[in-house]
Design a protein around this ligand. Structure first.
Ligand code: BGC
Length: 719
């Protein structure tokens, strides 16, 4: 046989064996490969490093600086796990990979405000492609802890306060990431809703209530997205660390939900080798823990019989099956990144995720004949703010600004406030070439007010920086910005406020300004998207994924817990609200939030009519007609709520659908409720009590125009 023919045969055989391997059931393949491993190879897969040099550690040769690294078993074709944060873009930690920039997506809250699962999928696929292009095969996201505390430093990474919305969007992000043969990691499991004393905060919650709230979000996301990995969290739940929590990991995740993938720890979350018996499969970021538990201590445990060999093999099989299920072991050629296409995804997410909260006298969109507009503050001349911590992305084009914060702890370590280079000022000037648009920093309140006096419209950009490892201590805008807004509003009756925040904030000036926009952290296309919304080139369609309290007194835990206590102090977080997170909490109170969950304005108007509901098995399907009654194209988010069970009031989002409508157009929407939201979790199962179920459809949790009732039979839902 000639040389070329031989090559062709070899190539054919290789292709055939790769194809056979890919089509083989991932569990069978994992079992076959695990069997061939030595004990040393097994243990090697169960622990790995934070691959960021420091404190005397250096990365093994050839390992890029990144969030995590686990050595594979090359003789058996098991790849190294090269893990990267996270869900807002592919992170270059502390910019230690020189020149490596990535698409900086809008924050998780912005994505959640789109109520658009398709955007979650395309954002996920973007993450998968950008990960694969760098040789990463595990994305350490998405995060979907519910926003129980509107001061939580990481809410900007997450997808709101509602289990259905968060579960659906995170599930789609997972599907998107894994469609690119990259493992997705649902995190942080579970009930990690605060950053203060995150290693020692002990969440006390009724177990059934946890199943109906934070765990339901994970259940929905996991069943929808099938992530290969789940990351357990730092905090304790019911007295046991989440990564060593038998109830969370063995009983619920792996037992009831039959999650077939692997559980990796958060970085520095392992205190004991026996976490392996509670369901933890892999120790990540091992040098941050007191010990590399999942190496020598694990082998000793096996030798002594306190850890079974079978358990070790099972943990290995879970990792392998996770890799094989998505094809992460055969990623193919590194994809070329179409930056224009990725910018378009980031732009669309910002367009749909920016929420118009107030628009008195239809001051927005900006009149084309405004002669002079003044922009104040928020570095709006150069870009838009991003959140900090392990999810902070170095945007394409590089940071527009990095402002050092400093100080002790994570606030100091991660203390660079990053602005993505998408300038609202430049974008507005390009959109309104005939208007004189000036920028004033807002550093001096009097100067800003004096300049505002001479403008037709003043737009104040107010920022609140949030980051991993640190919760806001109040809900007020920091650094005197309330006084700045009040002064500008007093000087100019046409004042608009754009908020770039990681959470809802107090608005003592709310009645004094004409319009308010919640832009969250809108990503590297955010300034351009904001200009499109301000000028009306894009009609806002974002809806709040989080209730917007008037002030911190409205929260279930009004005072920050653990503030000022040294690291390691044990605190109890008593979740007395149980499953009543966010709008469900408000539904039981005598007070109302400033803006309700699901709320958001449009430049057009919608009419909802003809609600009909019919029972289908254990669920309910509704149809209704939605009409665009205004003069502009726009999108409405039809939200279906359960409002009563057998005469007892309730408020639960049970389904939603975003509908695009041309002026005058009407469409019939069909929404089927998720049966778990019609049920309660009791005595180990989802149970529908039966009787009359009251439903309401509307444009927010506080605007429920259409009502219907159905009668459901009592039922226990299949697992
Ligand atoms: C964070 C995780 C992150 C990990 C790796 C931890 O501090 O909590 O979300 O994936 O670091 O960077």
């Amino acid at each position: 046989m000639g040389r070329y023919a031989l090559h062709a045969v070899i190539a054919l055989c290789l292709t055939a064996s790769v194809a056979a391997a890919q089509t083989q059931d991932p569990d069978a393949r994992a079992a076959a490969v695990e069997k061939q491993m030595t004990d040393a190879e097994r243990v090697q897969l169960l622990h790995g490093i934070l691959a960021i040099p420091g404190g005397g550690d250096v990365n093994p040769p050839g390992v890029p600086i990144t969030g995590g690294f686990i050595k594979g078993v090359s003789r058996l074709g098991v790849p190294d796990l090269i893990e990267s944060d996270a869900s807002l873009g592919i992170v270059n930690p502390n910019r230690l990979r020189p020149g490596d920039t990535a698409t900086a997506l809008p924050s998780g809250q912005t994505l959640a405000s789109t109520w658009n699962p398709k955007l979650a999928f395309s954002g996920g696929a973007l993450l998968g492609r950008e990960a694969r292009a760098r040789g990463f095969n595990v994305v350490l996201g998405p995060g979907l802890n519910l926003a129980r505390n509107p001061r939580n430093g990481r809410n900007f990474e997450y997808v709101g306060e509602d289990p259905l919305l968060a579960g659906v969007l995170a599930g789609e992000t997972i599907r998107g990431i894994q469609s690119e043969r990259v493992v997705a990691t649902a995190k942080h499991f579970a009930l990690n809703n605060d950053e203060t004393l995150r290693h020692t905060a002990d969440v006390q919650i009724d177990k059934d209530a946890a199943r109906e709230s934070d765990l339901l979000a994970f259940e929905i996301a996991i069943k929808r997205g099938n992530p290969s990995a789940v990351m357990c969290s730092y905090n304790l739940v019911g007295g046991a660390k989440a990564c060593g929590n038998d109830w969370l990991l063995n009983q619920v995740l792996k037992g009831e939900w039959k999650f077939p993938g692997w559980v990796m720890s958060d970085w520095g979350a392992v205190d004991d080798v026996f976490y392996v018996n509670a369901g933890l499969d892999q120790q990540s970021g091992q040098q941050i823990d007191k010990q590399v538990w999942f190496d020598a201590p694990l082998r000793e445990g096996v030798a002594r019989g306190t850890i079974t060999k079978a358990r070790v093999s099972e943990a290995v099989r879970r990792i392998l099956r996770g890799l094989y299920a998505v094809g992460a072991d055969s990623p193919g050629a590194k994809p070329a990144i179409d930056q224009a296409a990725h910018n378009a995804i980031a732009r669309q997410s910002a367009r749909e995720g920016i929420v118009l909260l107030k628009n008195e006298g239809a001051i927005l969109p900006l009149a084309a004949n405004a002669r002079r507009i003044l922009l104040v503050g928020g570095n709006a001349d150069i870009g838009v703010l991003a959140g900090g911590g392990s999810s902070q992305v170095t945007p394409v084009g590089g940071p527009a600004a990095l402002t050092h914060v400093g100080g002790p702890g994570l606030l100091g370590q991660w203390g660079d406030q990053l602005y993505a280079p998408s300038s609202p000022l430049k974008a507005l000037r390009a959109a309104l070439p005939k208007t004189e648009i000036a920028y004033e920093s807002g550093y001096d309140v009097e100067t800003a007010a004096a300049m505002a006096r001479g403008a037709d419209v003043a737009i104040v950009f107010a920022t609140q920086w949030q980051l991993e490892g640190w919760d806001a201590t109040t809900m007020r805008l920091p650094q005197g910005q309330d006084a700045l807004i009040a002064a500008v509003a007093a000087a100019n009756p046409n004042t608009i406020v754009v908020l770039e925040t990681g959470n809802p904030v107090e608005m003592p000036w709310a009645e004094k300004v004409k319009a308010v926009i919640a832009a969250w952290y809108p990503g590297q296309q955010g300034g351009d998207a904001l200009a499109e919304i301000l000028t009306g080139a894009v009609n806002p369609s974002g809806r709040l994924p989080q209730s917007w309290p008037i002030d911190a007194r409205q929260n279930p835990r009004p005072e920050p817990i653990g503030l000022g206590q040294p690291e390691g102090t044990r605190v109890t977080l008593d979740y007395k609200e149980g499953a009543d997170v966010g709008y469900r909490w408000f539904a039981h109170q005598t007070f109302k939030p400033r803006y309700a969950f699901g709320q958001g304005l449009s430049y057009t108007s919608f009419a909802y009519s003809k609600l009909s509901a019919r029972v289908r098995g254990d669920s309910v399907t509704v149809t209704a007609t939605i009409a665009n009654t205004g003069a502009r194209a726009g999108a409405s988010v039809a939200q279906l709520y359960l409002t009563g069970i057998a005469g007892k009031p309730a408020l639960r989002l049970i389904g939603f659908e975003k509908v695009e409508l041309a002026p005058g157009q009407r469409k019939v929407v069909t929404i089927t409720a998720d049966p778990r939201l019609l049920a309660d979790y009791r005595n180990g199962a989802w149970r529908i009590g039966g009787g009359r179920y009251d439903l309401a459809l509307g444009q927010s949790s506080a605007d429920l125009a259409l009502r219907a009732s159905v009668s459901l039979k009592s039922a226990t839902l299949p697992r």
